[in-house]
Design a protein around this ligand. Structure first.
Ligand SMILES: Nc1ncnc2c1ncn2[C@@H]1O[C@H](COP(=O)(O)OP(=O)(O)OP(=O)(O)O)[C@@H](O)[C@H]1O
Ligand SMILES: [Mg+2]
Length: 454
């Protein structure tokens, strides 16, 4: 289609070459030359334009693919909040096409009047305010439901910094919130169950304790009561006798009264009776002292105490509430001085003895042997106490778990599985260790190792 100079020469030609009206041939040639240049420029522009167009299409396609892939919603608005464009995620949530949404107000997307007022106040950043982050507002979904969405809003500007409006992005938080709520609920339930378990463990050990203590107190109190009753009878007779003496009754009568009221016998009995009563009262005080020590809550108590005494008391208290056939052989002698909390150590010993009593429930001649051995180590003298029972031992699969909190093989209500885990912590705080093993001959052995006080 390109014009050749020859064909151009024909145009505007009168039919006689060299006879152009009023214009020289060189002028025509010049014009034709210029036209040619313009035409070739035009062609170049067209090629460049086509290239640019292809690039534009490519980048438009790129932007579209990004917008379509976004799961967050995106709204591009003008300065007054008029929607200029949205991404498919918003179309899905609102159930409206982008074409419908364009030209409407972004604030109409919100679920109710309150949310719209709030949105106008919070999301209006086109006047150059700060950006808004994580502003939670409800959006009206296609089914009319309100969907909580966490919005971010940023202003947008043109090349010379003039405000064009804002870009609003949002992420529905409903699912996240639901999952979070379910998690919180499960966590709360778990905490409550744990509290209940701890509580029932406390109640169970308190029950055992009270039974043991009640039994132990029963003995001295009953003989204190017996003695005091006898003392009252004796006091009456002595009063009768003294009254007769003071009234000045004849000597034979006084003598007779003395024999009848067995005054000499009373005088002989008085001392042992009072002695026995004092002993009983002291025994009671000792038990109460032990109880106070046991209930000592001070975790960091640092007192010197005799471990042998503590173990003996633990054995006594457990055995009093246990069946008569369960025997404990204590093969050690005190004193075994240890520094720490006697009450907590008693809790450890009581749990070990109680576990042995429970484990040997089906054993003939159920026995727990507690033996002690002193060893000297680089860190100083230590005491090894072995609690060996003749029960079935610990199942190999359970051996690694007996110190785990809440690990128990006992029926519900009979064990919380906290005994050994609490004991482990207590022994560690005392600078010692607690180990469990099965003996080749059968039965379980727990070794309690503690530093001895120098
Ligand atoms: N002497 C033992 N022989 C056999 N198994 C034992 C012995 N001592 C402990 N176990 C096992 O270890 C588990 C955990 O003991 P732990 O003292 O921690 O809890 P528990 O005795 O079950 O409950 P709790 O102490 O709260 O009453 C027991 O359930 C039992 O299976
Ligand atoms: Mg236990």
């Amino acid at each position: 289609m390109k014009n050749t100079p020859e064909s151009s020469l024909d145009v505007g030609h009168t039919g006689h070459p060299g006879e152009l009206v009023g214009v020289g041939e060189d002028v025509w040639m010049d014009v034709i030359h210029k036209m040619d240049e313009v035409y070739s420029d035009l062609l170049q522009y067209e090629v460049a334009l086509e290239e640019k167009n292809a690039k534009l299409e490519e980048s438009q396609q790129f932007i579209l693919s990004v917008l379509t892939a976004m799961s967050d919603i995106l709204v591009i608005c003008g300065r007054d909040g008029t929607i200029e464009d949205v991404n498919p995620a918003l179309e899905v949530i609102t159930g409206r096409k982008a074409a419908d949404l364009r030209g409407t107000s972004v604030f109409d997307l919100f679920a109710d009047a309150d949310a719209r007022v709030l949105a106008r106040a919070r999301l209006n950043v086109s006047c150059g305010d700060d950006e808004v982050h994580d502003c939670e507002l409800p959006l009206r979904a296609h089914d009319g439901a309100s969907v909580p969405v966490s919005f971010n809003c940023t202003p947008r500007f043109n090349a010379v910094g003039k405000s064009l409006g804002m870009v609003v992005t949002g992420r529905p938080v409903g699912e996240l919130r639901k999952a979070y709520q379910a998690l919180t609920q499960a966590h709360d339930d778990l905490k409550r169950t744990q509290q209940q378990l701890l509580h029932s463990e406390k109640m169970a050990s308190l029950g055992r304790l009270v039974a043991g203590v009640a039994h132990e107190l029963n003995n001295p109190i009953s003989f204190i009561i017996g003695n005091v009753h006898a003392l009252r009878r004796y006091a009456e007779r002595l009063g009768q006798y003294l009254a007769a003496v003071h009234e000045g009754v004849p000597a034979e009568e006084v003598e007779h009264l003395r024999k009848r009221l067995r005054i000499d016998r009373i005088l002989v009995d008085l001392d042992p009776l009072i002695e026995g009563t004092i002993e009983g009262a002291e025994r009671t005080r000792e038990i109460v002292d032990g109880l106070k020590r046991f209930s000592a809550v001070d975790r960091n108590e640092q007192q010197r105490f005799d471990l042998a005494e503590v173990i003996e008391r633990a054995v006594r208290w457990v055995c009093q509430a246990e069946r008569k056939t369960f025997k404990v052989a204590m093969e050690f002698s005190g004193p075994l001085p240890v520094i720490g909390s006697a009450g907590q150590m008693q809790q450890v010993a009581m749990n070990l003895v109680q576990n042995a009593a429970d484990a040997t429930r089906l054993t003939d001649l159920p026995t727990l042997r507690i033996a002690a051995e002193q060893v000297s180590t680089a860190q100083g003298p230590r005491i090894l106490l072995r609690f060996v029972d003749n029960g079935p031992g610990i199942a190999p699969a359970h051996l690694a778990h007996v110190f785990d909190p809440f690990f128990t093989t006992k029926p519900v209500g009979q064990g919380t599985g906290l005994g050994l885990s609490i004991s482990y912590g207590i022994v560690e705080r005392h600078g010692g260790s607690l180990r469990a093993e099965n003996l080749p001959a059968g039965g379980a052995a727990f070794t309690l190792e503690l530093p001895l006080a120098r």
